[in-house]
Design a protein around this ligand. Structure first.
Ligand code: HEC
Length: 132
């Protein structure tokens, strides 16, 4: 009995540690690189070249992605309302790429599977800035 309890405690501690150490990989490095260019052209004038904020709020750090924020909630907001000056004006690929860039800047690492527009809209993966 004690052994079983110890095992499940160890397993949950391991899961928590793994989560803290490595947030999920949701996009590819190619998308993030392309997203940096999209960001520079369509977002940086309001959110700052390093995402630290300006006319628009910061998109990195503790002020961004507070409790309850998901990849889906941020992506839906971006795809429907950004750029504020011309909402919905980018292509689906450009929205995917810029989301990849935002994830990268918040400490999420790239992986082998690209982020898709449809998947990003409904993603329940928590978006917690890893860069405090
Ligand atoms: C003309 C200025 C402007 C441009 C261009 C712009 N934004 Fe915004 N953005 C804002 C403002 C202002 C807000 C805050 C809006 C609000 O709270 O209703 C905002 C909010 C956001 C948020 C939500 C932040 C939060 O803390 O909830 C995200 C994410 C975002 N913008 C991403 C982008 C991306 C990505 C682009 C480029 C595709 C972009 N924005 C282009 C002005 C801009």
């Amino acid at each position: 009995m004690l052994k079983i309890l110890n095992f499940s405690l160890a397993a949950s501690l391991f899961a928590a540690a793994a989560q803290a150490a490595s947030p999920p990989s949701l996009y590819t490095a190619t998308q993030a690189t392309a997203g940096a260019a999209v960001f520079a052209q369509s977002c940086a004038m309001c959110h700052g070249a390093s995402l630290a904020g300006g006319a628009g709020p910061a998109l990195v750090g503790p002020g961004f992605a507070t409790s309850g924020t998901t990849v889906g909630s941020v992506f839906t907001m971006v795809a429907q309302q950004m750029p504020l000056s011309s909402p919905g004006s980018l292509s689906h690929a450009q929205y995917e790429d810029v989301m990849a860039y935002i994830l990268q800047k918040n400490g999420y690492s790239a992986g082998g599977t690209p982020l898709s527009y449809a998947q990003a809209l409904t993603s329940t993966t928590p978006l917690v800035s890893q860069t405090k």
